[in-house]
Design a protein around this ligand. Structure first.
Ligand code: GLN
Length: 472
């Protein structure tokens, strides 16, 4: 596995074309089904162009995989759904514009749960992605293709999106680093919406430094996203091996029922490691955590039911010819959406309907405020919070897909962060029977610098991130 710096050296010594070619070969041989589309020809053409123009930009000539719900001009974008069959976006998402300016090369579109709804990458119309540590297991979701591709060394960098954990969950299951930034730091322009008030695009890499470099490239103000914020930060400058004086909060609510013993032990050991390195620990109370899942799923499904109304067979993708528009509309949606997407549209529509709106949707919004206040109170006394990312390591393919509720429960430690809009990062912190375990470091709004520094210090003083899966 190569870091950005190592790849830059190789690109200077050899060429970007050679590097891209190598990765394309790995993707062609991969057993992971991490990609929906491989844009090999355009990637090689761009690599040759960058080679001939000199290697300008922080990611010059370096390949990257993009989750398939992020719009890429001229490269088909499916959201892993049948309903977007044949759709080729006429424009780039803001993050793609930024990547191109930085010299990065889009090598393909990564597999995901359909419309980013899921925790296992099993709801994809293009088949499940497999976990590189054990191909009988899920890579996590919904950005499972992005995380598996990085962990399996099909690509050095990837982007995902995180509405309720979809960057951090697969980062944890695949043993890579994944960041969910503060809401508003990265433009959502060109990200095909699932639940707008919760989601952010986030970077994946095998090291904290590379995540910070990629984050520097894609973060920044964009007038086309009304929730985009103006802030100039240099995240790479947070790469300091120093946590002396750092105050870490450990919320017991995140180590509750259902948390695997080995996961709990690995995360507590990691916290003590940081204590040995000079941080201090504090118990914090986050009493509304137990309501987070219910609040999240009502809000996410309500927003989804409204966002997905645009897929009507008239404007994009799949078409069904019929006599009148409403038959066409219902037929195309019946044929084009998978079961999980339909379930969420139905539940979301129900929660928003007259008579139930106050009972469910407004109640969920009130709970969201209480959860946000839990974080505000906690951050008066501590600099970061540390919890498990996921309550257990990767489960088996097929193990939970028939039981949606048990899949929703897996998000117990990640969804509160999206409800509050704060940043958090998942970093490898141990193994259980050969499967990676992730630790989640949560920060104050706009304080990515502190969580990156904490993660970097942990990484510099441990070797969990060095182990690699074999034979994929
Ligand atoms: N598993 C969560 C859900 O299904 C999170 C998905 C996401 O972050 N996109 O909603």
């Amino acid at each position: 596995m190569a870091t950005i710096n190592e790849l830059r050296e190789r690109i200077h010594a050899e060429s970007s074309e050679e590097i891209v070619h190598e990765y394309l070969e790995k993707i062609a041989e991969s057993k992971l089904n991490a990609f929906i589309t491989v844009s090999g020809e355009s990637a090689l053409a761009r690599a040759r162009k960058i080679d001939s123009e000199g290697h300008e930009g922080p990611l010059a000539g370096i390949p990257i995989a993009i989750k398939d719900n992020i719009s890429t001009k001229g490269i088909r974008t499916t959201c892993a759904s049948k309903i977007l069959t044949g759709y080729i976006p006429p424009y780039d998402a803001h993050v793609i514009e930024r990547l191109k300016e930085a010299g990065a090369i889009i090598i393909g579109k990564a597999n995901m749960d359909e419309f980013a709804m899921g925790t296992s990458t099993e709801t994809s119309f293009y088949g499940a992605t497999k976990n590189p540590w054990d191909i009988e297991r899920v890579p996590g979701g919904s950005s499972g293709g992005s995380a598996a591709a990085v962990a399996g060394d099909d690509v050095p960098l990837a982007l995902g999106s995180d509405t309720g954990g979809s960057v951090r969950c697969p980062a944890s299951f695949c043993g890579v680093v994944g960041l969910k930034p503060t809401y508003g730091v990265i433009s959502r322009y060109g990200l095909i919406a699932y639940a707008n008030s919760l989601e952010q695009i986030g970077p994946f890499a095998t090291s904290v430094r590379d995540v910070a470099t990629l984050f520097d490239v894609i973060a920044g103000y964009d007038a086309r996203d009304s929730t985009s914020v103006k802030r100039d930060v240099n995240y790479s400058s947070a790469m300091k091996n120093d946590v002396r004086g750092l105050k870490i909060g450990v919320p017991e609510e995140y180590f509750g029922e259902g948390t695997d013993e080995k996961v709990e032990k690995a995360v507590r050991d990691a916290i003590h490691k940081l204590e040995d390195l000079g941080a201090s620990l504090k118990d914090v109370k986050m009493p509304h955590t137990k309501y987070a899942l219910a609040s999240y799923y009502i809000i996410a499904m309500s927003e989804a039911s409204s966002n997905l109304a645009r897929f009507d067979g008239m404007r994009y993708g799949l078409r069904v010819e019929d006599s009148d528009w409403h038959t066409t509309f219902s037929q195309v949606r019946a044929a084009g959406f998978g079961d999980e997407v339909k379930r969420r549209i139905l539940l979301g529509t129900y929660a928003l309907s007259a008579g139930y709106h106050d009972k469910y949707y407004l109640k969920a919004l009130k709970v969201r405020t209480l959860i946000k206040q839990d974080f505000e109170r906690a951050f008066k006394n501590v600099d970061v919070l540390i919890t498990p990312t996921m309550p257990y390591p990767a489960f088996r393919l097929g193990e939970k897909i028939g039981d949606p509720l048990s899949l929703y429960l897996a998000d117990v430690d990640t969804v509160p962060i999206n409800l509050a809009g704060v940043p958090s990062i998942s970093v490898p912190c141990g193994f259980s029977e050969g499967l990676p375990i992730g630790m989640q470091i949560i920060g104050k709004h706009f304080d990515e610098a502190t969580i990156l520094r904490t993660a970097y210090t942990f990484e510099e003083n441990t070797d969990f991130h060095i182990k690699q899966p074999e034979g994929v």
